[in-house]
Design a binder for this molecule. Structure first.
Ligand SMILES: [Zn+2]
Ligand SMILES: [Zn+2]
Length: 140
């Protein structure tokens, strides 16, 4: 069985269409302070580089750290993706995609930044921010 599938969706106002050829069925939720400020905990699929977002003039990109950018629809503000720039990896909120996709919440990252006021009941692998950086961080 394939671990990825093609997924497509639109922002709230419909101006932007996002299509991922290789969306990962196993998804993450990030509890880091930035994601929570951006959207609440970010539930998203790693989609690799084969992602199209059209039309580009409706997409505002914001450089959120030295290695990443976040983008939103110019008209309605829907969050479209988090992109790790050095690896050109798109991480797309699953709320954009069709509900019929059978995603599986596998990992909770930055669990050490999760506030006490909520928690997920899914049986997940949990990683601290330090563990995530050790695994994924680009070379400094
Ligand atoms: Zn929109
Ligand atoms: Zn985060």
């Amino acid at each position: 069985m394939s671990k990825t599938l093609s997924a497509t969706g639109q922002c709230l106002c419909g101006a932007v269409t996002i299509s991922a050829q290789e969306a990962n069925k196993s998804i993450n939720v990030c509890h880091c302070e930035m994601c929570r400020k951006w959207s609440g905990p970010l539930i998203a699929s790693h989609c690799g580089a084969k992602v199209s977002i059209e039309p580009s003039d409706k997409v505002t990109r914001f450089t959120s750290s030295a290695w990443a950018e976040r983008a939103f629809c110019k008209d309605c503000g829907t969050h479209l993706f988090y992109r790790i720039v050095p690896s050109n990896e798109y991480i797309v909120p699953i709320g954009l995609f069709q509900d019929s996709i059978d995603f599986n919440l596998e990992t909770e990252i930055f669990i050490d930044e999760k506030p006490a006021c909520y928690s997920f009941s899914n049986d997940t692998k949990k990683m601290t921010g330090a563990e995530v950086f050790a695994m994924y961080a680009p070379e400094q």
